[in-house]
Design a protein around this ligand. Sequence first.
Ligand SMILES: [Zn+2]
Length: 346
Amino acid sequence: MLDQVRAIAAEAHRHLAQATTEQELELWRTRFLGRKGALNELLRGLGTLPADQRPVVGAEANRLKRELEAAFEQRREALVARARAAALEADRVDITLPGRPPVIGTLHPTTQMIRRITEIFASLGFDIVTGPEVEWDYYNFEALNIPPGHPARDQWDTFWITPEDSERPMLLRTHTSPMQVRIMEKQKPPVRVVVPGRVYRYEATDATHESVFHQFEGLAVDEGVTMADLNGTIYTFARRMFGERRRIRFRCDFFPFVEPGVDVAVDCWVCEGAGCTLCRRSGWIEVMGAGMVHPRVLEYAGIDPRRYTGFAFGGGVERFSMLLHRIDDIRLFYGNDIRFLRQFVA
Ligand SMILES: [Zn+2]
């Protein structure tokens, strides 16, 4: 009967080496180690043996059982390891391949222009501040010397948040000028600030009009501030923005919150003033509005106009980009066309 034990051992080892899947391994276990497997069959036959042989064969059979159980575990672990190695091999990264460069965006042309504008004014001693886009009628119109019914209100077609005739009407600001009053309420002179920001107009869009665009606003208030200070500030800004050879021209214009008000133009940097399509043959390009702060506006902000004077100015951010880059349609700025945006690599 010991021969039978050895025969089972040899057969079991041979078959185990051939098992290559989990399923085959399980079949092997049933066949040799299972309740009705070869080894248990043999142990059940022990009773037919002479008494002196039983312990010898029994011990040998039990030793084989432990041996096969150990071999089974080893084989199972080997198969698992092999499967894992195959999976790793399949997922292997080829480190010799060139990498994929990450897509790096660029700042929006409007953001770039706001930075350019504010950097120039910061170098002239102006602080850069921002204000709310949802604004009270009071700051957007009334405190800027534009009372209800004033004809100047027609210039600013407004998105109303609450009805215009409600007790405290609220709107989307139509310009960045409301911050003039907000700043003067909080900060006593000297004041020197530039306010860039988004503004809203309720009007049809076309190549030169958008319902959402950006402006910048400047304000300087102190004792003894004169038109000459305004002139010098605008002159310095215009040369840094549009070129060192630029000349500037002031012409009278009307804005309710300044007195006097001026329209600021620079001589055309394309034709040097001779006349071309950019300057519409005039040799001049209007770039900003400006003026001395109206005494009423100072009063609204609680500043004594007999002691203090100030100047204010403002311009369109997209307009600057359009002039400098010869962009002929303002709608391109918010069309989200990446072919357009890509041309403005900072
Ligand atoms: Zn020109």
